[in-house]
Design a protein around this ligand. Structure first.
Ligand code: ATP
Length: 359
């Protein structure tokens, strides 16, 4: 039995359907990430769980209780916002204490909870400062501390790290993972950051245009995207999605050609020879051929991003399609070069060219 059930949830703003039937089962202590492009409805769903937005249709059940008509403050949920939403004139301690006072917690209990949360978040020395006297990362910790002291059944996070710079984001990501373990709490986390989703989630829910495209463990989604949208959305840099044609088929194994790059793919429902398909090849599953043979497809290198350990070459195929390859960082490849490549066997994905569904 799941701890939190979201079933058939819908939301309409005027005539615009922001959520069109959302179903998610969340286990106790699970870390669920809602991931999707801007405007897909992630924040709206989170706000409905929090009680900040009415639920037009469907049910929200937490720990066996239907929450649709329960007031936000009575749901046992704490939400951490992107903007932190701290009271600027209150100290860190007062910010953390405020919700507990409203909930009429006795003073001793309030102090104990604040001390415990401050300890966990390593902000004890900051308790008497105001938000103005804190760095972005410290403010974020205070916002999380304010959620922790309320000892909620469920934590909600709305892009909590998006205002932080890259190195702080990494640090906070690690801290959030530790916090999740330490608090053993159920968490629902909205982001459009791939890395946050892949590293923090027990389960990722990929959304688009108010519907769920796929739900699953991060690596399952990465390895077995159900359609071309999910395939292109999960992974950075994105999977190459190429126009291709089936040139041979034997049982479940088909050979596919994309402008001279051949690969074999095993699929559940093989399309017939001659079918136009979308071939999915991740940049890391392409290998450069530095000394190509006559007749090999040549790629023009448009740009090469050198990250150190690896480089990403953005290339153009003879038919005008773009193809990104991951290269060893030691290769001197640069814009203007030409190279050929091979798809690593067994790593390709095949999608219906019209519907995008996986074969
Ligand atoms: P982002 O990543 O940009 O925050 P999101 O996936 O969180 O996007 P939502 O904020 O949930 O998206 O919005 C979903 C859709 O609903 C958007 O098209 C948005 O314009 C619309 N929307 C959200 N709130 C309202 C509102 N109060 N009135 C009208 N439309 C709204």
């Amino acid at each position: 039995m799941s701890y939190m059930q979201i079933s058939g949830i819908r939301k309409t703003f005027g005539t615009f359907e922001a959520l069109r039937g959302i179903d998610i089962d969340i286990a106790k202590r699970e870390f669920v990430v809602l991931l999707g492009p801007s405007g897909c409805g992630k924040s709206t769903l989170l706000r409905m769980i929090a009680g900040l937005e009415d639920i037009d249709a469907g049910d929200l059940v937490i720990d066996g209780e239907r929450m649709n008509d329960v007031k936000a403050s009575k749901r046992g949920i704490s939400m951490v916002f992107q903007s932190y939403a701290l009271y600027p004139h209150k100290t860190v301690r007062q910010n953390m204490e405020f919700g507990l006072k409203v909930a009429r917690q006795p003073k001793e209990e309030r102090q104990k909870r604040i001390a415990d949360a401050a300890e966990i978040l390593q902000i004890t020395p900051l308790l008497d400062r105001t938000p103005r006297e804190l760095s972005g990362g410290q403010r974020q910790r205070v916002a999380i501390g304010r959620a922790i002291v309320r000892e909620p059944k469920v934590f909600l996070f709305d892009e909590p790290l998006s205002n932080l710079d890259a190195s702080l984001r990494l640090q906070m990501r690690v801290e959030l993972a530790r916090l999740h373990k330490e608090l053993q709490a159920t968490m629902v986390y909205v982001t459009h950051d791939q890395v946050e989703a892949m590293t923090l989630a027990d389960k990722i829910v990929v959304m688009r245009d108010g519907v769920i495209e796929q739900t699953g463990a991060p690596l399952d989604i990465y390895r077995n995207p159900v359609n071309a949208f999910v395939a292109g959305f999960i992974g950075s840099p994105s999977m190459n999605l190429l126009k291709a044609r089936v040139t041979a088929a034997e049982g479940r194994r088909v050979t596919v050609d994309a402008c001279g790059i051949d690969t074999e793919v095993e699929v559940d429902a093989p399309p017939a020879v001659g079918t136009e398909v979308t071939l999915g090849l991740r940049p890391e599953h392409l290998e450069p051929v530095l000394e190509p043979a006559a007749g090999d497809t040549m790629l023009d290198v448009l740009a090469c991003e050198r990250l150190g350990g690896v480089s990403f070459a953005l290339t153009r195929m003879p038919d005008g399609q773009d193809l990104t390859l991951q290269l060893d960082g030691n290769l001197p490849t640069t814009a203007g070069d030409r190279l050929s490549c091979r798809a690593r066997p067994g790593e390709a994905h095949l999608f219906n060219a019209e519907t995008g569904a996986r074969y």
